[in-house]
Design a protein around this ligand. Structure first.
Ligand code: BDR
Ligand code: CA
Length: 316
């Protein structure tokens, strides 16, 4: 089977960076571009981090287009507590030798998707600002994009940025509302699944047996994220964004349910809360598939194995 052709829309971000590495290490996917957005960090830092991680992974031929600077309506909201001030923990990433494309991410997404209708899947793993803007700017976009695999939301799980809301959706709930109702085939990977995929120090120790910039990067990047995760009572750090790729590389690990899902974007305590009509009380048709369960340990094992392979490939 041909690899799935994907563009990752991202706000790197420790786990965003790990998602790029997993994509690069996985023959089932062909990573064709990164588009960046504000989120974990400012757009400027996010774009630089994206370029640097590609540099580290010897993949700087992959184009990067910089996108939204602020959410649609809400003010900028970042997360240095989770990802460190740079966005990627204490990592010493190489200086990028490439620059972002001279085109805005929204225009780049529109151009790429319309050039090959039904061919490209987009994996948004940050706030949904760029995707919502593309939907609004080009009416043909929603029909032409093959699918979205979104990391975001918390259905039956607690929020991670407010008691109710997950970070990516909370940062731009208006964008999420536009995206959820655009008629695009969506798979949602919420905290309900990602909180079961915990990378632990023993996994990092295993990777550190291979002398590679990839293992060193992973070790440096997770330090701050481990600390944050332990303070919340987790035994490791959740690989939220990499789990989107399980839909391609290990779909059998996920339990997907079709639900009508909506998001609260009113300015109250529930802003950014995603909710699923599990009993179909509204009689509205399902608008997405939602990963409600995952064999988390199996996914982590797969992630570590793929990183071991990548680390063996990239030495020095
Ligand atoms: C999401 O928020 C970000 O901090 C992570 O990169 C992930 O995309 C998890 O809630
Ligand atoms: Ca992210």
């Amino acid at each position: 089977m041909n690899p799935k052709r994907i563009i990752i829309d991202t706000d790197p971000g420790v786990d965003d960076a790990f998602a790029f590495l997993l994509a690069l290490a996985s023959p089932e996917v062909q990573l064709e571009a990164l588009t960046t957005t504000q989120g974990n960090v400012s757009l400027e830092k996010a774009t630089r981090n994206a370029l640097s991680v590609l540099e580290l992974a010897r993949a700087n031929h992959i184009p990067v287009a910089a996108g939204s600077v602020v959410p649609l309506v809400q003010p900028l909201y970042t997360s240095a507590d989770v990802h460190g001030a740079s966005g990627i923990g204490n990592s010493n990433l190489p200086e990028p030798t490439t620059k972002p494309l001279g085109v805005h991410a929204v225009d780049y997404l529109i151009e790429r998707v319309l050039a090959e209708p039904g061919e490209l899947s987009i994996f948004p793993i940050g706030p949904l600002t760029n995707i919502a803007m593309a939907i609004r700017k080009e009416p043909k976009f929603a029909k032409a994009v093959k699918e979205l695999v979104i990391m975001g939301g918390a259905i039956n799980e607690n929020g991670n940025v407010t008691p109710l809301a997950e970070f990516n959706i909370f940062v731009d709930p208006h964008a999420a509302h536009i995206v959820f109702h655009a008629g695009i085939p969506i798979t949602l990977i919420p905290l309900d699944a990602t909180h079961k995929c915990l990378l632990k120090p023993e996994h990092v120790d295993r990777l550190m047996k291979i002398d590679s910039p990839i293992s060193r990067f992973i070790q440096e990047a997770v330090e701050v994220y481990f600390k944050f995760s332990y303070e919340r009572g987790f035994t490791g750090c959740a690989l939220h964004d990499p789990l989107t790729l399980a839909t391609v590389i290990a779909p059998g690990l996920l339990t997907l349910k079709e639900y009508y899902v909506d998001v609260d974007h009113s300015p109250g305590v529930a802003m950014g809360k995603t909710f699923a009509d599990i009993f179909n009380v509204t009689k509205k048709p399902a608008n997405m598939k939602v990963a409600m369960e995952v064999r988390g340990d199996d996914f982590i094992e797969l992630f570590v194995q793929r990183m071991e392979t990548l680390a063996r490939r990239i030495t020095g």
